[in-house]
Design a protein around this ligand. Structure first.
Ligand SMILES: [Zn+2]
Length: 201
């Protein structure tokens, strides 16, 4: 089952996720080992810059009601999922955008990217589930002495996760997951798909 818990006023973001094929229905094995009847692939939405730019504008205005977004000089995203979302936000904001990526399991700024002490920034991720990558990016930014004003995602799939900083999202989804032994679709012998990059069979 999939449940829309909340979303921004004035735009049906869940409908957009459905229309762009970002929410797939089937029988999926997640990287966690659990099974699910729905799978979210936000990249399918992000392949459309026209739609993504509308969402970025809404997210930017949403944050602007509570924080001084005019002072934001950089958007920082974890690779890969957050890059397109962060890039579109930075385009709307008129600021720069950089991303952190993993090398030997550790998230870091590479490619000559850096932050200045005191610089005001926003951390952007497309989908927050465990929040692990976002927390690592927060640590990196704090290490440079940057001032994090907000974390922003398109979708919040977490179980009411909180960051040290104000967290904004456009839609909050609950997608049920099942232990393989308790999965109805397994009992019906429905073929299992492996949507992630790692098969983990
Ligand atoms: Zn199953």
């Amino acid at each position: 089952m999939i449940e829309v818990v909340s979303q921004v006023e004035g735009m049906d973001v869940f409908k957009i996720l459905k229309e762009t094929g970002s929410i797939m229905k089937g029988h999926f094995k997640l990287t966690s080992g659990y099974h699910s009847d729905y799978y979210l692939q936000c990249a399918r939405l992000l392949q459309h810059p026209d739609i993504t730019s509308k969402l970025a504008k809404i997210a930017w205005d949403l944050m602007g009601k509570e924080i001084n977004i005019k002072k934001i000089s950089t958007i920082v995203s974890p690779a890969i999922g957050g890059i397109l979302w962060g890039y579109m936000l930075s385009y709307i904001a008129g600021c720069r955008m950089i991303f952190a990526e993993r090398k030997n399991e550790k998230m870091e700024l590479r490619r000559g990217f850096e932050l200045k002490g005191g610089e005001e920034i926003i951390v952007a991720e497309d989908v927050v589930t465990t929040g692990g990558s976002v927390k690592e990016v927060i640590d990196i930014c704090e290490g440079y002495g940057a001032r994090i004003r907000a974390v922003v995602s398109i979708v919040d799939r977490s179980e009411n996760l909180e960051f040290k900083y104000p967290y904004y999202y456009l839609v909050k989804l609950n997608i049920d997951k099942y232990k393989p032994s308790e999965c109805k679709l397994c009992k019906e012998k429905y073929p299992l798909e492996y949507p992630g990059s790692k098969k983990n069979i």
